[in-house]
Design a binder for this molecule. Structure first.
Ligand code: IPM
Ligand code: MN
Length: 368
């Protein structure tokens, strides 16, 4: 096939951090798919700047991200990272030293954490539903809430306190982001309604009642989108019993952490779940799960979370066609049984073979 001239190629500068545990093999798998989609479309090229970050780096150098790396991330068009963190690598306060949320979420002010939950074909999910019937996005507030206490807990040998903070600015911007997402989507699978669900614990906590009040003020600006409220405990049940009802849900940071893993569980596991951390000036992309050190290097991990993460990043870079091809190829590989997942959600033929199967589907996509 003739190659288009270099000048017509769109270029994107991306920082990639392989991370800890299964991170490196997941990133390698996603890059096999990136190569395939670049060749398939022959219209853009991603220039990758590989950088170190996470628990392994902390053990070696005493920091989880070098200051120059943060500078590079700020200059890049986007960043993709694998999972980071190792349970035995901890700060003195007992929290994990390798996780990068403090530096990347708070530091880059990526205030909206978009966590799509979609039931894919061919997956043996614990919930009885057809592909397409579970398709919602959890928008997790990403810079405050309970996680504001990150690194700032105070206490003695007898008691420790973490403080949760909800601000007007923080709530306004993440709720607006949720309504904008809902405007651009197809609506909830059950009834096609464009709907944003505010998930909170406003029956008990003043901070959450405030979150709901600010939610309402923003919702007033989107009269064509249905607004709805659910307490977080009821939301946990509804996400299991009526997942078809949901379109976009917006919530405080810690609630979003928990309910996004719950959502992942309903569709066959967090090994299928990508995410994007989005701010006004920066964005970075990562699977929602951890680094699973017990299976690191064994070619067992499911690379689909990372591959769908790549697709989200390409959407963000304006390469929506590439993102769509990747998502369709993942679905095709699962539906046709080329990739099978075991009861732990791991691909039966291994990480690499799964990535190659998706790359092969990408290479032939749209060619009849
Ligand atoms: C996530 C993860 C992180 C979080 C961990 C690794 C600190 O669970 O992105 O959901 O709690 O935010
Ligand atoms: Mn989590």
């Amino acid at each position: 096939m003739p190659k288009s001239s270099g000048s017509a190629m769109r270029k994107h500068n991306v920082v990639v951090i392989k991370g800890d545990g299964i991170g490196p093999e997941l990133i390698d798998a996603s890059l096999v798919v990136l190569n395939a989609v670049q060749q398939r479309l022959d219209a853009f090229h991603v220039d990758i700047d590989f950088r170190d970050g996470g628990a392994g780096l902390y053990q070696r150098d005493g920091h989880n991200l070098a200051p120059e790396t943060l500078d590079a991330i700020k200059l890049a068009d986007a960043t993709m990272k694998g999972p980071v963190g190792l349970p035995e690598v901890r700060f003195l306060d007992g929290t994990e030293a390798g996780v990068l949320g403090g530096v990347l979420r708070t530091g880059l002010d990526t205030y909206a954490n978009d966590r799509p939950v979609r039931l894919l074909p061919g997956v043996n999910a614990p919930i009885k539903a057809k592909p397409g019937e579970i398709d919602y996005i959890i928008v997790r507030e990403n810079t405050e809430g309970m996680y504001l206490a990150r690194g700032k807990g105070i206490g003695t040998d007898d008691a420790v306190a973490d403080t949760m903070l909800i601000t007007r600015k923080g709530t306004e911007r993440v709720v607006r982001h949720a309504f904008e997402l809902a405007s651009a989507r197809q609506g909830a699978p059950s009834d096609g309604m464009h709907r944003v669900t505010c998930v909170d614990k406003s029956n008990v906590l003043a901070s959450m009642a405030f979150f709901r009040r600010v939610f309402d003020e923003i919702a007033d600006q989107y009269p064509s989108i249905e607004r709805e409220y659910l307490y977080s405990d009821a939301a946990a049940q509804a996400l299991v019993m009526q997942p078809q009802h949901f379109d976009v849900l917006v919530m405080e940071n810690f609630l979003g952490d928990m309910l996004s893993d719950l959502g992942g569980g309903t569709i066959g596991g967090v090994g299928l779940c990508p995410s994007g951390n989005i701010g006004d000036n920066h964005a970075y992309f990562e699977p929602i799960h951890g680094s699973a050190p017990s299976i690191a290097g064994l070619d067992k991990a499911n690379p689909i979370s990372q591959i769908l993460t790549l697709a989200l990043m390409l959407d963000h870079l304006g390469e929506r066609a590439a993102g769509d091809i990747i998502r369709d190829s993942v679905s095709y590989a699962l539906e046709s049984g080329i990739i099978k997942l075991n009861e732990l959600g791991q691909p039966t033929k291994g990480t690499q073979k799964a990535a190659e199967a998706i790359a092969a589907a990408v290479a032939t996509s749209g060619l009849g």
